[in-house]
Ligand binder design. Structure first.
Ligand code: SF4
Length: 333
């Protein structure tokens, strides 16, 4: 059986888990192509215009999968993965949103409700509907979930040791030795680059911002490199907690990085049409002001040009480097 995974939304966070789970259950995993202009255009064509860019991109990936001889497309409904925190309404209504938009996808949809208290989503009740579809027993499903949870933990450990998600994913493939991160040549400045995984790690959407920054000798810290417990502990009583799971992680990371004082500035990468980010972005901007750190918002939509983004990022980095050297000179004078 061939199960299609759209390379969009929380695919970037849970791909190692789902790949492992489906393979343990005897299915073959097929992933949609990397995001391209034509793929996005296909998504835009079928989706209502008011909705955020990442959902239009998700629909583009679903359409892409339909041409790949798959039996099912896996589209989970994310409701909650921790106490008192919820997913954005577009995640909660995602299966309906897709099936009313793309009829053929509705017929091939394999969905489960992720509604529990584990970040790895591996409570077995979440995935129970897979038993009938994949013709496996509850015992087999539980065993596969255990293996997938272990695999995902390894992936997250790599992320928290400072690897980007792409590097962590590579490190997980057939490797049990932890990769070493070199600190021999420290970067000139460090920036927190905060945004949802589907904005940061989709290289078409973010126009490879992490790579661009690294080429400018910038060390990048993203929210997925942080330990959730550290984020929660550092939140401090004065800071608000946010209602939406990933917005809360991003805002918590911003507060935590600003408190530690190890970053030189923050970049918020957000997509056009995102409701939760209108709150999250403003809160991060206010926190940055409190700590007197530069803050920049990069809002991407289907029309954003690469040269525009490059110019803004270069100007921001230059400004921070100049200020840093000026401060160092006046300290040593
Ligand atoms: S959090 Fe924002 S970008 Fe993500 S699905 Fe919801 S509205 Fe869209």
């Amino acid at each position: 059986m061939r199960i299609g995974l759209p390379r969009a939304l929380v695919y970037y966070y849970y791909y190692p888990l789902w790949k492992c789970l489906f393979e343990e259950l005897g299915a073959e995993v097929v992933i949609s192509d990397i995001t391209s202009k034509s793929l996005i255009q296909k998504g835009i064509k079928v989706t209502v215009p008011e909705i955020c860019l990442p959902i239009k991109i998700f629909n583009g990936h679903v359409i892409n999968l339909l041409s790949k001889e798959i039996d099912y497309i896996f589209i989970p409904r994310f409701v909650s993965i921790e106490a008192d925190k919820w997913f954005c309404p577009k995640f909660i209504g995602l299966p309906e949103l897709v099936s009313y938009t793309i009829e053929e996808a509705g017929q091939k949809m394999l969905t489960v409700d992720i509604n529990g208290k584990r970040e790895d989503t591996c409570e077995w009740k979440n995935y129970r509907p897979l038993c009938n579809v994949l013709n496996v027993t509850e015992k087999q499903l539980k065993r596969a979930l255990k293996t997938a949870a272990r695999h995902w933990k390894l992936f997250r450990d790599y992320c928290m040791s400072g690897l980007s998600m792409e590097e962590a994913e590579q490190a997980c493939i057939g490797q049990d030795k932890k990769p070493q991160i070199s600190n021999e040549n420290p970067a000139e400045i460090t920036l927190g680059v905060l945004g949802y995984v589907y904005n940061i790690y989709d290289s078409f959407v973010s126009m490879d911002i992490i790579k661009k920054l690294e080429e400018m000798d910038v060390k990048v810290i993203t929210f997925d490199m942080m330990n959730q417990k550290d984020i929660t502990n550092r939140f401090g009583k004065k800071s608000k907690r946010l209602y939406w799971t990933f917005s809360d992680k991003i805002y918590g990371t911003a507060v935590s990085l600003l408190e530690q004082g190890e970053i030189d500035g923050l970049i918020h990468v957000t997509a056009f049409g995102c409701g939760p980010d209108s709150v999250t972005g403003k809160l991060m901007e206010l926190e940055s002001e409190n700590y007197q750190k530069p803050f920049m918002t990069l809002r991407v939509d289907e029309h954003t040009g690469e040269s525009h983004l490059q110019t803004r990022v270069e100007a921001f980095v230059d400004m921070i480097k100049r200020k840093k050297y000026a401060d160092q000179r006046s300290e040593s004078a």
